[in-house]
Design a protein around this ligand. Structure first.
Ligand code: ADP
Ligand code: TMP
Ligand code: MG
Length: 202
């Protein structure tokens, strides 16, 4: 491949994780803003599947946005990487295939600061895609917390509100809300689909 990864000596992997609405993307954008003050060159990547608020930008739920390079597979990062990029931001990392782990490692091993944001757990409360591996190899981990929509406590879980048991289901306020452990009910969406049958049995 004709890309150059060689740069400064010490790279770093920083993973920002948490449930939906916890401020992962906000934190990513905050870090990138700091890079601007530090006059560091950065590039941001996101998976194509995330077309929620914008096709081409990384966006927070309150519509703060930053332009991004849209990719389908992790290796595409190499093709788009500029030789003078010092900081690489990646949002929605949970959607990538396991190859993201090697790409992120390589970038850091060749001197880049890699900021990775993604959901640590899915709608069932289980580890999501490559996130557990990314967390394991990270130098720095930031866990973000949302507010539980039932009781107002700190939320670490994402409650799916619709009847769907796919691992990947892109969406926001009409489909998901943040919940604390007490109010998280992973069976809720499954029960919703069974509800008419249960009613007949009563
Ligand atoms: P993430 O990428 O983690 O899903 P974002 O950074 O896109 O989150 O958005 C965080 C913002 O979402 C908060 O600043 C707040 O304005 C909004 N928000 C909506 N619902 C909640 C909630 N339940 N708890 C905290 N923030 C929420
Ligand atoms: P967010 O963390 O920036 O809010 O984005 C999370 C995205 O992940 C959002 O499009 C919904 C999606 N998602 C799934 O595909 N499966 C899941 O199990 C959960 C919880 C979220
Ligand atoms: Mg986000």
């Amino acid at each position: 491949m004709n890309y150059s990864l060689k740069q400064a000596k010490h790279g770093v992997i920083e993973t920002i994780c948490g449930c939906m609405y916890s401020g992962k993307t906000e934190e990513l954008l905050r870090q990138l803003k700091r890079c601007e003050y530090a006059k560091q060159n950065y590039q941001v990547f996101k998976p194509k599947i995330d077309s929620r608020y914008s096709d081409t930008e990384v966006s927070t739920h309150n519509l703060q946005k930053v332009p991004s390079v849209v990719i389908e597979s992790p290796e595409e990062i190499y093709q788009h990487l500029k030789h003078d990029t010092q900081v690489v931001g990646i949002d929605e990392a949970q959607f990538f295939t396991p190859e993201i782990v090697e790409v992120v490692s390589k970038l850091a091993n060749h001197g880049r600061r890699v900021l990775v944001a993604g959901l640590d757990t899915d709608w069932q409360g289980l580890p999501f895609g490559p996130m557990p591996h990314l967390l394991a190899i990270s130098d720095i981990i930031r866990k973000q917390y949302a507010v539980c929509m039932v009781c107002g406590d700190s939320a670490t879980k994402t409650q799916r509100l619709v009847d769907n048991s796919d691992d990947i289901l892109v969406g926001s306020f009409n489909m998901y809300e943040a919940r604390c452990r007490d109010h998280f009910d992973p069976e809720l969406s499954l029960r919703k689909s069974k509800a008419p049958q249960q009613e007949l049995n009563i």
